[in-house]
Design a protein around this ligand. Structure first.
Ligand code: PMP
Length: 369
């Protein structure tokens, strides 16, 4: 069943009819470089510019069908980005109030974006644990208790998040690849996208390899590998939407065959690269997914058909990865653009060693002649 048939022939009844049915685009330069067929599922084509439109629309309509969401009710969610915008858009069109709790990490532009769709925004401190009563999770839970008839979306734990992708993204990719997909690369945040899509695709072909993408600074990869929640893994990072400091119920770890961690620098340069090489303008986590693809390159063969899901559009990152000043502030220098940390370290040592060698040589020549 395809829950978002998408109307592209006649006119649409509202913007909501344009959710889903995003294009699958061959990445020509990337395919050439890696020697495999690589395709991007470009979720920035959704009306709210991210895959979260699917989740917001599906979860709200499911709650309506089940009578959990009454006319005029308030929709509440703890979200720092895309889900908030999509929920605000759907709420606006369906006549609901929308309150979003965010961390103080969110930029002013992000707050304006959410308010432009009529959402009320509550900014909470970012430096507190999820259990702290001041955290954006706790604040959302408090508001849900206090406001009569409020509906807490709870994208981290409500399985309807993954179902949105099981019923839309999965069937679309299967159809668009003619069932030929061999590898699926997908970012992991709440886990909704990877779990729902992979569940559908693996039902069609259990041999499919699913690759989860996580960020350095997140707990997910270690948990997938060892089953342990390791607080030592947590540190601040810049990529948005990717990785977690909690284990969301929506991550179905059993569906993931491999998990790759990526860093801020390489992911940022991959965003810029895909814009220049393929003309596709995507967000920071899309660069992360592409970086994971490159990390997988030794395993890829000419007959492989790889689909990389690119979660959102680049317009939300103009003051970040697409700003030269921001890149410089982060210390993301061009000369080390595609190297891993270990090669960067090696280069630094080599430069240091060469300098030392020249100095020693200089003194030896001076004092032995
Ligand atoms: N990238 C971006 C930009 C996102 O907003 C999200 C959602 N948090 C993700 C990746 C991860 O998707 P999911 O929550 O479905 O795991």
């Amino acid at each position: 069943m395809d829950v978002f048939p998408g109307e592209r022939q006649g006119h649409c009844q509202s913007i909501l009819q344009t959710v889903g049915n995003t294009p699958l685009i061959r990445l020509n330069r990337v395919s050439e470089r890696l020697g495999s067929e690589v395709f991007a599922k470009v979720e920035g084509f959704n009306p709210g510019h991210s895959a979260k439109d699917r989740v917001a629309l599906y979860m709200i309509e499911k709650a309506e069908r089940e009578g959990r969401l009454k006319p005029g009710a308030t929709i509440i969610e703890a979200t720092s980005g895309n889900t908030g915008f999509s929920l605000a858009m759907v709420s606006r069109l369906k006549g609901y109030e929308c309150i979003l709790t965010l961390t103080s990490k969110a930029s002013g532009a992000k707050l304006r974006l959410l308010r432009s769709m009529g959402a009320k925004v509550v900014v909470c401190p970012s430096e507190v644990t999820p259990e702290d009563p001041r955290s954006y999770y706790s604040q959302a839970a408090r508001l849900t208790k206090e406001i009569p008839g409020a509906f807490y979306v709870n994208q981290n734990f409500d399985p309807a998040n993954a179902d949105a992708h099981y019923y839309s993204t999965g069937p679309e990719i299967w159809r668009q690849t003619g069932g030929q997909i061999t590898h699926y690369i997908c970012c992991v945040g709440t886990g909704g996208t990877i779990s729902g899509t992979s569940r559908f695709l693996k039902e069609q072909n259990p041999e499919l390899t699913v690759v989860g993408v996580d960020a350095y600074g997140s707990v997910l990869q270690k948990y997938w590998e060892t089953g342990l929640f390791d607080e030592q893994e947590i540190f601040p990072y810049k990529i948005e939407g990717l990785g977690k400091t909690i284990i969301p119920g929506n991550v179905n770890f059993e569906l993931i065959d491999k998990m790759i961690k990526v860093n801020d620098r390489d992911s940022a340069f991959r965003c810029r690269e895909v814009a220049l090489e393929e003309g596709i303008f995507v967000g920071y986590s899309s660069g992360a997914a592409l970086q994971a693809l490159y990390k997988l390159k030794n395993e890829l063969k000419p007959h492989h058909r790889v689909v990389v899901l690119l979660p959102d559009h680049g317009s939300r990152y103009l003051s970040k990865v697409y700003s030269d000043e921001w890149m410089e502030e982060q210390g993301f220098s061009r000369s080390v653009r595609h190297s891993t940390y270990s090669t960067q370290l090696y280069r630094r040592y080599r430069v240091g060693y060469r300098r030392l060698y020249h100095k020693v040589n200089h003194y030896l020549r001076k004092y032995t002649s």
